[in-house]
Design a protein around this ligand. Structure first.
Ligand SMILES: [Zn+2]
Length: 153
């Protein structure tokens, strides 16, 4: 009982309570899929399998850039991009690859802040937990590792 109460305290203190097992399971399934797709290039922003194309600068801005003579400064390119990064960027007025990449890193840090803050656990601590709690924590740490890899890509 004391152990149970201690785990519940840790649960709340570390932010786990805001992350559901369903959310972790869904993210793990997505990342396990997007990590290894033969024949797909990596997303230029996060390294996951890219199944879309991102236009840099965004297409909606291109006519204006042409009219203002800014094409030499903001060359038009197309890059491989995962769906999440593509929809995160949308038509935001970020006209260079570097600006778009910085925006993505910030967006991932914000979106997955609670997961990124998950603490490490010792083997002794994990051994004292219920199977369900341990699985939940290990899933959370796997997702955290994926997100860290995307941010540091
Ligand atoms: Zn991406």
């Amino acid at each position: 009982m004391a152990t149970q109460a201690r785990h519940e305290g840790l649960h709340q203190r570390t932010g786990y309570s805001r992350i559901t097992q369903e959310h972790l399971t869904r993210l793990l399934a997505t990342y396990n899929t997007l990590r290894f797709i033969d024949g797909l290039e990596p997303c230029v922003y996060c390294g996951m399998a890219a199944n879309s194309i991102d236009h840099v600068p965004p297409r909606v801005a291109r006519a204006t850039l042409v009219a203002q003579g800014l094409v030499a400064r903001y060359p038009f390119i197309e890059v491989h991009c995962c769906v999440e990064c593509n929809s995160t960027l949308g038509a935001r007025p970020l006209w260079t690859l570097g600006a778009r990449k910085r925006y993505i890193k910030q967006a991932l840090r914000r979106r997955y802040g609670a997961i990124l803050r998950l603490p490490n656990w010792t083997d002794a601590e994990l051994a004292q937990m219920s199977d369900r709690m341990r699985d939940y924590i290990l899933d959370g740490l796997k997702v955290r590792d994926f997100i860290e890899a995307r941010i540091s890509f």
